[in-house]
Design a protein around this ligand. Structure first.
Ligand code: ZN
Length: 411
């Protein structure tokens, strides 16, 4: 994406005292004179920041203002070791709420709506971001947090919630419960704001049809404010992102080279206004592309594509690189296959073996037929032969959190 004048101005402004304010960047940019950075080209020579760097700064090494200005911290999950702690100033918290309100408005949500928030509250940025945006918009928040599906459904009916905020797998679980219990007539949902994991078209259609709602993808990550730094519009052709707060680049995840608009690669984000913990060229490990051109909705905010996977999800099987989005694509093309799947990769007798479990509602005597279709489609889209395995709808795990679908048992 071409860096516009105001983005360049914000970055140069940030650089004037960044090394004085931030011990983290003083160390990171040691030997680099930031005053020599004058153009986008100069900027693109700066090193990337990665999650590992942020972990090393644990607990408060990212703080770039005096502690008296910090009003809150958030932390990303520590499932893979030391967590990352991000300090926020009052202005950072406000800016995040402004961006979140903008998301709701772009999705056509107003102060007349009642917004049921199922993402978690706490160290994690999810719930509180949805909440702050709701309050700033002037809508009514129903702050449920995750889990307790019975209670979710009761509040949804009694309070006539019109908007559901959730992960895609929890939205699917709720939709299936609503269908199973025959509650559809008592549900008043109109829109779903779905965040924090990658999901296929088929899953989207199932949730949308079962709940009878329009769905919007919200994007964000704890290191960069949290959810709410972009959202899809009703044209469903990408996610509008707030380029007045953030600068976006797409790079080749292997070489680090900046890729032209339209090419899929890893999303890299620079904060333009963040005070508590500014981030320069932060590698998100999310795979997407910048969508060239204007959106028919008329919004002037640029777009990235729906996240198609993580650079760490990229698996190499039989010498072929595979993205999770390709499994979605294969299943979407087979009418009798549902959206839910699980992939097991093993090494058997010196060879890679990929088993693709997918759900279907055809009777078991027809499994072989559907499996053959999935195999043929997979060979056409991805290449290598796999072992397709049909299972009943509901047999694969659903989760309130992110669902891991690919299990690599080779190492
Ligand atoms: Zn649009």
């Amino acid at each position: 994406m071409i860096m516009n004048e105001s983005q360049l101005r914000d970055i140069l402004h940030m650089f004037t005292d960044l090394k004085d304010r931030s011990q983290f960047y003083k160390k990171k940019f040691e030997g680099i004179d930031l005053s020599t950075i004058r153009t986008q080209e100069d900027f693109e020579k700066l090193p990337f920041t990665d999650k590992g760097d942020l972990r090393e700064a644990y607990p408060l090494g990212l703080m770039a203002v005096p502690e008296s200005e910090i009003v809150r911290i958030h932390s990303s999950s520590g499932t893979t070791g030391t967590p990352v702690v991000i300090p926020y100033t009052k202005k950072d918290v406000e800016d995040w709420a402004i961006m979140f309100e903008r998301c709701y408005r772009l999705a056509g949500i107003t102060n007349k709506d009642r917004i049921q928030i199922t993402p978690g509250y706490g160290l994690w940025t999810a719930g509180i971001g949805f909440q702050a945006g709701t309050e700033r918009l002037g809508a009514m928040a129903v702050p449920m947090g995750p889990g307790n599906t019975e209670k979710q459904l009761k509040m949804m009916q009694d309070l006539k919630s019109t908007v559901l905020c959730s992960t895609s797998s929890y939205a699917l679980l709720l939709a299936e419960q609503i269908e199973a219990k025959g509650l559809k007539d008592q549900i008043h949902l109109k829109k779903g704001v779905i965040g924090s994991e990658r999901w296929g078209d088929k899953m989207r259609k199932r949730i949308a049809n079962t709940l009878g709602v329009e769905l919007y993808d919200i994007y964000g990550l704890t290191e960069i404010y949290g959810p709410g730094i972009g959202i899809s519009c009703s044209y469903e052709n990408g996610i509008h992102v707030w380029d007045d707060y953030l600068y976006f680049e797409i790079i080749d995840p292997v070489t680090g080279e900046v890729l032209p608009d339209g090419t899929v690669g890893e999303l890299v984000i620079t904060t333009l206004r963040k005070e508590g913990a500014p981030l320069i060229r932060y590698r998100t490990h999310d795979l997407t592309r910048i969508i060239p051109g204007n959106c028919p909705c008329g919004s002037h905010y640029p777009r990235i594509d729906i996240i198609t996977g993580r650079t760490d999800d990229l698996v190499k099987v039989k010498g072929v690189n595979m993205f999770p989005a390709q499994f979605d694509e294969v299943l979407a093309a087979v009418p009798d296959a549902s959206s839910e799947y699980q992939v097991m990769i093993d090494h058997v007798n010196g060879k890679d073996q990929l088993t693709l479990f997918f759900e279907t509602d055809v009777p078991p005597e027809k499994y072989l037929e559907v499996e053959q279709e999935v195999l043929a489609r997979f060979r056409a889209v991805v290449g290598p032969a796999i072992i397709p395995k049909a299972v009943r709808i509901g047999d694969l795990p659903r989760s309130e959190k992110k669902t891991n679908r690919i299990f690599d048992n080779r190492y």
